[in-house]
Design a protein around this ligand. Sequence first.
Ligand code: SAH
Length: 258
Amino acid sequence: MPATPAWPPSSLPRLYVEQPLAQDALLMLDGQQANYLGAVLRLAPGAQVKLFDDRTGEWLSEIVETGKKRITLRIAAHLGEREAVPDLWLLFAPIKRGRIDWIAEKASELGIARLVPVLTRRTIVDRVNTERLRAHMIEAAEQCERTALPEMAEPLKLEQLLRDWPADRVLLFADEMGGAPLTSVAEPGPAAILIGPEGGFTDEERAAIRAVPQAKPVALGPRILRADTAAVAAVSLWMAVAGDWSRAPRSRKQTAGE
Ligand code: SAH
C-alpha cells in the first residue's frame, strides 16, 4: 500500500505567531514576518502557510491579501494539537555568545521544555540576552515542527538555583570528574541537565550540587567535552532513553499499515 503523501505538504512555510489562532480568524502579520512571506518567499494570495501559537496547536492558513508591509491570512484548518514535550530543563553556564546561540537552537530542536542560564563562579559571561536566545529557539521550533515553544528562563545564580530546587525534579549533573553513565539514570519524569562553563565547576560548587538530594552526577564518556558539546550530547541521550524519540515526526507519519 503506497504511502499517501502527507497533507498538507510539509514544505509549506511555518511560522510562530503571538496572536491566539482560531478557525476562520483573520490574522494580520507585519514587520519581519510580512517581509519573509511577501518579499523573501514572494507568496501571493492563495498561498498556504502553517501557523502555531504555542497554545492551540498548529493551523493551516491561506494568504488573502499581500501589501508592502503587511500580509493578511485566513485560518483555514486545524492541523493538530499543541504537543506535550518531555519535561526536561537544560541548565547551562553561559559560555561565549556564538556558542550559547547554538546551544539554544539545538536545545529547541532536541525537544527541551525550558532553557535556564546558570551563573557559576567561572562563568565568563555576566549578562545573557534572553530575548536573542528565545528568538533562536523560536526559529528552531518553526523549522523542527514543534507546536510548543521551550520556555526561556531568566539567568539564575547557581546558589539560588540549588537552594530552591524542586523536590520532584531529578538534577542530572554532568560532572567531568565522574558519575554514572547518563543512560543508566535517565528515566521519564521531571528532569534537568546541568552543564558547567568552560572552566568547569569549582570544588565548592561541585560539593553544593552533589548535596542536593535530587542530584545525580552523570558522566559523558572519557573525554572532556566542550560545554556546548556536552549539552547537546546529554540532552540527546536523555531524549532517546527517557524522552519522546520513539515517536515519528508529526508531518511525516506514514499512513496506517505502513
Ligand atoms: N575545565 C574543565 C572542563 C569543563 S567542560 C576541565 O578541563 O576539566 C564544560 C562542562 O561540560 C563541564 O562542567 C561538564 O558539565 C561538562 N562535561 C564535559 N565533559 C564531560 C564528561 N566527560 N562527563 C561529564 N560532563 C562533562
